[in-house]
Design a binder for this molecule. Structure first.
Ligand SMILES: [Zn+2]
Length: 162
């Protein structure tokens, strides 16, 4: 029997995390539901009673619901809040959820001090026309001004002493 927990990487932030593989009830849960309903029936009615059968069905339904909830909660990335199931149904809602989670994370000291403080988030490339600041070339000296400057300093132009 393999492990119920699977290690995987988030599709959005690429951080390693754990997810539950089990999505529904198994034979172990059916057996546990039989035992629970039998014991509860013995406690309630003090003897074997056919009313244990609805109790068994109830326990089985409860186990199924809890396993589904556990799987659904584990599929959401704890680091960036990405929900792959929601992404399949509504991309906008998934984006909004990630934005909300990252905003909350940015303002939380617990997240900032955690091991996974720096996420490997995807980024968009900036288009070349969107770059507003262009590097300036060093300003070249105007040749006319250069001559003016050098002529002022030349010994020919120096004031003549009386
Ligand atoms: Zn993630």
């Amino acid at each position: 029997m393999g492990s119920k927990i699977n290690h995987c990487f988030c599709a959005f932030c690429r951080s390693e995390r754990r997810v539950y593989r089990k999505k529904g009830i198994s034979w172990v849960n059916i057996f546990a539901s039989i035992v629970v309903s039998f014991v509860a029936g013995l406690i309630i009615w003090q003897d074997f009673d056919l009313r244990m059968i609805p109790l068994f069905v109830l326990a089985l339904g409860l186990a199924e619901i809890l396993i589904q909830i556990r799987w659904r909660l584990s599929i959401v990335c704890p680091h960036c809040g990405f929900d792959p199931v929601l992404y399949l149904s509504s991309r906008e809602k998934a984006e909004e959820k990630v934005k909300t989670h990252l905003e909350k994370r940015r303002n939380s000291a617990a997240f900032l001090l955690s091991k996974n403080a720096n996420l490997n988030l995807p980024f968009r490339k900036i288009k070349p026309e969107a770059q507003l600041i262009t590097p300036k070339k060093p300003e070249s000296v105007d040749p006319a001004r250069k001559n003016q400057y050098s002529s002022r300093q030349s010994p020919d132009q120096a004031p003549i002493a009386p």
